[in-house]
Design a protein around this ligand. Structure first.
Ligand code: ADP
Ligand code: ADP
Length: 216
């Protein structure tokens, strides 16, 4: 079974069309970048995939067990340490405290977060550190599908490239499938092996390329 199978899915908010009916299939381990101008329906597609929208037209079949999500803003819990934020999904899955702290520490360490960083609360972390914590939180549950909505758009170029490389490595390690929104064609080529460009008429696919070159 495919990890994701979208058939004829389209969406309106009230009378306004946000996305024209479209098909999309993702196999395990693939990575797809969705590009296109603001307002073309990229977030709508991502939210529908995540199950956060009521599906009016078409069908979405979901073949994954664990979903990880990363947004442009880190959306951390302010009253929990960085470590506890990373371990949140593990806690929800009933992983014992000692094990989830060990897993979160190992992941944070790979991402360049020291034990001292991990003890801090989000308000005391820099923007870059918060982004690392948000990425680590999404990966901690070892997702088989990772949805990313412009996760690096607010970061400086050096950090972006560092986190992109880390993300690629971790996804390859986990065999995780990636569906990512980005406004950067270059970032898309670095991270994805397929590109979907939305735009033109409201919510119409302009272009679907596969396989694209994965820059390494
Ligand atoms: P993108 O992510 O490509 O910028 P979106 O999926 O966010 O596009 O939005 C597609 C269209 O739907 C836009 O015209 C946007 O204004 C509209 N839209 C998005 N969310 C809502 C909402 N909750 N209510 C009404 N209109 C919305
Ligand atoms: P985008 O995806 O927004 O096009 P890129 O990440 O490809 O951005 O890089 C944007 C620009 O920054 C490019 O011109 C690139 O050559 C330059 N650049 C790439 N890496 C670095 C770096 N480590 N430090 C400074 N500039 C860089």
């Amino acid at each position: 079974m495919s990890l994701l199978r979208i058939r004829g899915f389209g969406h309106r908010y009230g009378a306004r069309r946000a996305l024209a009916p479209m098909d999309l299939t993702l196999e395990r381990g693939e990575s797809l970048a969705v590009l296109g101008p603001s307002g073309c329906g990229k977030s709508t597609l991502l939210q529908a995939t995540a199950g956060l929208l009521e599906i009016g037209e078409g069908t979405i079949e979901r073949g994954w067990q664990n979903l990880g999500m990363v947004f442009q803003e880190p959306r951390l819990l302010a009253w929990r340490s960085a470590l506890d934020n990373i371990a949140l999904g593990l806690k929800a899955r009933g992983v014992r405290r000692r094990e989830r702290r060990a897993a979160a520490t190992a992941l944070g360490t790979r991402l360049g977060l020291s034990a001292a960083d991990l003890a801090l609360y989000p308000a005391a972390l820099s923007g870059g550190m918060r982004s690392r914590v948000a990425l680590a939180r999404a990966l901690a549950i070892e997702p088989d599908l990772l949805l990313l909505d412009e996760p690096f758009a607010a970061l400086d170029i050096g950090l972006r490239h560092e986190l992109e490389q880390w993300l690629l490595r971790e996804c390859l390690r986990l065999g995780c499938t990636m569906l990512m929104i980005t406004h950067s064609p270059r970032e898309a080529l670095r991270l994805a092996d397929r590109l979907l460009v939305l735009g033109g008429q409201p919510g119409r696919p302009l272009l679907a390329l596969q396989p694209a070159l994965r820059a390494t």
